[in-house]
Design a protein around this ligand. Structure first.
Ligand SMILES: [Zn+2]
Ligand SMILES: [Zn+2]
Length: 106
């Protein structure tokens, strides 16, 4: 069975999200908490390359206070090292993003 193989070449870079991404990432990502940062690693739910994101606490708090109604939610971007066609210079990953619920201690 090769039905799941991509039809032609790597996925192009597209900034997209999908409800399924969050569910798959929540199930498959490893969350490591450090004193001032949270590191998320796993396979991107879109391109299936391994990706690691580091959320720094200072940034996390600043963004949370401005934008997010619930500070436990963070937007995570795919940051895989693979090439994706049509990707703007200076960016990484395939463009997929999703929301991750972090357990934050009050
Ligand atoms: Zn990728
Ligand atoms: Zn990706």
């Amino acid at each position: 069975m090769r039905d799941d193989e991509p039809a032609a070449g790597p996925l192009p870079y597209v900034e997209v999200t999908d409800e399924a991404y969050a569910a798959r990432a929540a199930a498959g990502f490893t969350v490591r908490e450090f004193e001032f940062a949270v590191q998320l690693s796993g396979r991107c739910p879109r391109c299936d390359h391994s990706t690691t994101s580091t959320l720094v606490d200072e940034l996390y708090r600043r963004e949370a206070s401005v934008a997010a109604p619930d500070p436990g939610y963070r937007t995570v971007l795919c940051e895989c090292d693979a090439d994706h066609p049509s990707r703007p210079a200076g960016l990484r990953g395939c463009g997929a993003y999703w929301t991750l619920r972090l357990e934050v201690e009050a």
